[in-house]
Design a protein. Structure first.
Length: 194
């Protein structure tokens, strides 16, 4: 997230007119230390005219989330507090809430992987102790991704990277690094070994 923020504020077109920036940090409901660390790093890097808000998809018993906001909009429309929403849009919003809640509710530990952001700049292959071959890539956006080398399926990058670091005994302080940072360090080590 910090890299995306820095990319935006250093873009020449962005600097025109000294715009105010609000960054929305959108995540599933979770207590992962890596997310807390990433958000804290972003907060520390923000300039005084910019701010960040952390919004989660769904949080039990609260309206401070994406699904709560959509439910409120539908409720306001029902109570005639806002202009009517056309039938197709109302149906789409309701279907979206039902679908999103089913995949983000507490207890559902399925983690979704992100989109491919940019072209591949670095690529290495490694095999974990369980015999599974992995493909680790870095994109020009600094995005780090890990794929199963045989099936091509995306994997949860940080989990696989940390597993391999521990297995190989590499001295990387992965507990205090986000996925981009720890992935970059592992890439450098593997590339230097080859």
């Amino acid at each position: 997230m910090l890299n995306y923020y820095q990319a935006v504020i250093t873009d020449e077109d962005f600097k025109i007119g000294n715009p105010k920036l609000i960054i929305v940090f959108l995540t599933p409901e979770s207590n992962y230390a890596a997310l807390n660390s990433e958000y804290e790093n972003l907060q520390q890097a923000l300039s005084s005219e910019h701010r960040a808000v952390w919004l989660k998809w769904s949080v039990e018993q609260t309206e401070d989330c994406v699904l709560g906001i959509i439910r409120n909009i539908l409720q306001y429309e029902l109570q005639a507090k806002i202009n009517p929403i056309n039938e197709y849009m109302r149906h789409t919003l309701k279907a979206f809430v039902q679908h999103a809640y089913s995949v983000t509710k507490s207890g559902d530990r399925k983690i979704r992987t992100g989109q491919d952001l940019g072209d591949i700049t670095d690529e290495v292959f490694f095999t974990t102790a369980d015999g599974i071959a992995h493909r680790l890539i870095r994109r020009d956006s600094n995005q780090i991704q890990v794929f199963n080398a045989e099936s091509g399926d995306k994997e949860i990058a940080k989990n696989i990277i940390i597993k391999y670091i521990i297995e190989r005994g590499y001295h990387i302080d992965y507990k205090n690094l986000n996925t981009q940072q720890v992935g970059k360090k592992l890439l450098e080590i593997i590339l230097n070994e080859n």
